[in-house]
Structure formats: C-alpha cells, structure tokens
Design a protein around this ligand. Sequence first.
Ligand code: 6R9
Length: 567
Amino acid sequence: MHNIGSYDERIQGFSWEIAERELDYQPGNVINIGWYITDRICQMGKGDKLALIWEGLGGKEKRYTYNDIRQLSNTIGQFLRDLGIQPEQRVCLFLDRIPELYIGFAGIIKTGAIAQPLFSAFGDESLLVRLENAETTAVITQKKHVGKIRKILDKLPHLKHIIIVDDNGKSPLQEREVAFNMEEAARVDQFEIQPTLAESPSVLHYTSGTTGMPKGVKHVHCSLISQYLTTSWVLDLKDDDIYWCTADPGWVTGTSYGIIGAWAMGVTQCVSDVGFSAETWYKFIERHRITVWYSAPTAIRSLMKAGDELVRQFDLSSLRHLASVGEPLNAEAVIWSNKVFGLMFHDSYWQTETGSIMISNYPGMKIKPGSMGKPFPGVTGAVVDPETYEQIQETGKIGLIAFRPGWPAMMRMYWNNEATYKGKFKNGWYIPGDRAYIDQDGYFWFVGRDDDIINTGGHLVSPFEVESALLEHPAVAESAVVAKPDFVNMEVVKAFVCLKPGYVASDELELEIMNFIRKKLSPLAMPQDIEYVPNLPKTRSGKIMRRVLKAKEWGEEIGDTSTLEDD
Ligand code: 6R9
C-alpha cells in the first residue's frame, strides 16, 4: 500500500493538518527543522538507526546513526553559537557532498541561523554575488575551496568567519579563518535549540534571475510541513527504505528532499560524493540495496546512453520506486526505465521558490509518459492566460502555470528584492514562469520556460550572468548567451561573441574564454560553444534579441522580428 492511498480520495477533504498531526505539531508552537530531522527521530526510539551512509572517492565510507547526527549537529551548532552567530544571520555551506554538509545544515538551523548552501563548484564571482547579496556572516568550507574565498574577502565586510572543516595545520590560517573538525570535536549531547516559529527563516537558496543577478529565495521553518508530506506521498518513503536523492544540496532538491524530507521521516539516506558514471551509479544502488531513488532527467538520459546491456550486469532488484525532477522528463526516458528497471520514473515539477513538489505523478496513479502529472493534493494548480492571468478552461490550450498561494513551503521573499517577489504574483496566482497545458484528464504537460533562462541538466543558468562575466574578458566587446539543444543536458550554454578590435577569432581564444567562465562562474555556466559574430541582432531600443539566436540554434521559425534593428 502506498502512503498516499488514492490520489482522488486525498484531494477530497485535504488539509495540511494531516502532516501537522503526523509531525505532532500544533500551529503556534515551536517548530525547528533541525530538531525535527535529528532529535525527534531519536525520541521516537530510532537513535541507533542509520541516518546517513556516505561514500567518497577511493572507496571511503562513513556511517552515522540518528543519534550521531543529533549529537554532531549539536556540536556544530554549539561551535557556531560560541563564535557569536546569532539567529537569522546567514551561514553559508560551501562544501563538497561530505557529511559536514548534511549534518552542518542541521547544526546551523538548530541555532536559528539561516543555512545558505552553495555549490562547491562555484567560482569566485558566483560566490561573491551570493555572499554579498545575503550579507553572509560565516562560511563553512574545505581547505581546497578556501582560496576562492580569500580572493574576494576584501569585498565582503559582513563575512566574519571562515570555518575550515578539514584543516590539517600544515599551512597557517589567514584572516578571519578558524578550524573546526566535526569528528574530533568533543561531542555535544545537550544543546539548547533556538525555539523558532513557523515563520522564522530557515534556508536561503540562490536561483538564477532572468535579467538581474541571482535571487535569494527565503524559506521558513514551517516549509517542513509540505516537505514532509510530499516526501511521504510522492517519494513514498517507508521505515525500511534505503533512499538515494542524487541532488547536491547547492540545489533545492538536495535540501528539501536530500536532507529535510527523508530525515524528517526517519529514513536511511545514502550520499555519493564520487561523481557520475553509469557504472558507479548502478554499483552504488546494488551495494546499498537502494529502494527509492530520486534523480534528474539529465542523469537518466546519460544512463540511457550507456545502454541496456550495462544495466543487466548489476542486481538492481532492490529498487521499488523512482522519481525525477528538474527538467522535462521525456516520454522515451520513462518507457526506457520501465523496460530496464521494470519501474517508471515518476516525474515531479516544482521550483526553488515553491520549496516542495507542486505537480507530480503519484505511486499507484496511471502515468502518462511525458506528462508531469497532477497538482499535489492541497495545491491548486492551473494554466492561465499570459495577458489577463485568467484561468484557461479549454483543454489542451497552452498558458502559464499558476498556483494559488498558501502551501507551507512557499518562499516568503526574494532576499532584499521585494519588487521582483511581488512581480511573481498576478491576479491572485503565483506564476512560476513556465508554460504548459492541461489534458482532458487533468494531467499537466510542460511546454517550455517563459523566459531566457537556460536549464542545463536541471541547473538554471542566467544568460545575463554569463554575458556579464564574458564582458570581463579583455577580448570580448559584446555577447549574447542562449540555450543550445543537447541530448543529455537538454540544453547547454552557447555564447555569440563580438570581439574587440585587435583580437582575432581562434580555437585557442575560444578555449581561453570557456575556461575564464568556468573559473569565474562554474562548469555548468561555461559555454560549450562559442560562435564569433561581427554583430548581434538587437531591437531598435538596443536589447539583444536572444530569441532570434535561440530559434536558429533550435531550427525554429524566428517569429516576429519587426523590432529588429537592421531588418
Ligand atoms: C526543483 C527545481 C525550477 C525550474 C522550473 C522549470 C524546470 C523543474 C521540471 C521542470 C519540466 C519538470 N523544471 N522540474 N521542467 N518538468 N518536471 O528544479 O528547482 O532549480 O528552481 O528550477 O526547472 O522550468 O521552473 P529550480
């Protein structure tokens, strides 16, 4: 029996009280996610149960029980409090997928501070804009990443502490740096957890903006209510499951479902910090007898590419439920997974902003391959007219996806950016910025994004951010960045570049520019292709028409170019 029971019955008479009851939470009371994902599970008698099985390079493995993560998160919390970290200050996690990332997350939240996870692959520029915008007080990081912080330290007056978790004392610590070793520190058994309330801030995730710099999405402690119930009903976790969420906590999937959801249910999670290859992933599933697997279309398409024969070399019979998020999940991928694993990937749709799954295919419900499924019970979803924001009643007509605000995990604000936040609400709807249609059975079908943001392997990259970084290269006069189709990543970054006088187009220069962006921003934001052009198509008002360049890449009709500069 699936946790959700029958979808249609859950829709009738739905109330978030179902989750509140299961969490023993009463509105108005203290709610601290850090307590819920560690102490509460121990109080339920599961202190000796495994919370985390971690694997790193070179066959390293570490295991932590719920009592371990309770004590270790206390230890980190105490260390932060002793440093003087105050509730609601931002503490950034700039770590590879090591145990300190997962346990540190809980530790930060226990103090009432706000956890700000960032991908450790970020370069100094990506890091700078996010730490500057959040006015971050402390960063928890590793020796190998500290150089990137040192480089930008002068520009970060708010950053008081750089906490290094793997300092070996070999080279001297520099200004504002302090060493903390989670494994060696004296374990703190009793810690006074900050009595946060439903609306107290908990997590700050950065997501790419269309025209401006990245936006900090502020979440609050009661997001737990949605995250818990969606984990239960969509991912269908049960007490004896071994769960693997492949997402990095630098991305919202890695926190909402790679830390909070599963631990709030007291389930054993596995984490791999080894990187992707089809073989290592299958081995990981086989070795740990993974039962529930939450992944992303890019990974699934890479597995498809690796072929059916490889799958047969492993015993993957432990798997019982598969789910996916981040980009459109092609019908072929769903059909393929059913062929090779005997299970279909269940697509789910949501955003950093929504904090929890909004539209999904549920266990036990008929899957239409290629469809995102139906709104989560308790969430009112629709498609609306892009001009009037009136709900579209007509079956199959494309409009903007829209949700009625009111589910617990919804963002509460874009950090220091109320105007952009307000702009996301129209006619009483929250508008995520994606286009879709609804079929006669109420299933949602994704059509595309309503903006220029590039979705590369599930990661959102802002053309604006890449263009800004490109301008910092001495050879670049002007550039336009668009999505280029790609089988595995769905989209990759492509840059059209006009060179400054005196620079000559060459393959070496292309490589140099690519590398420049990789270091400044991240490997994902790095253009996979650079095309030198003498000039860029622009509107009469001087705006670059990315649409024209993108249509060319995708072999589509260019559409209305009446505002094009030299038509
Ligand atoms: C969780 C997450 C959100 C954007 C979203 C949409 C795209 C996510 C999708 C999907 C098609 C799906 N997206 N899931 N598109 N089908 N199942 O991905 O958060 O990084 O904020 O991205 O990703 O465009 O608006 P985030």
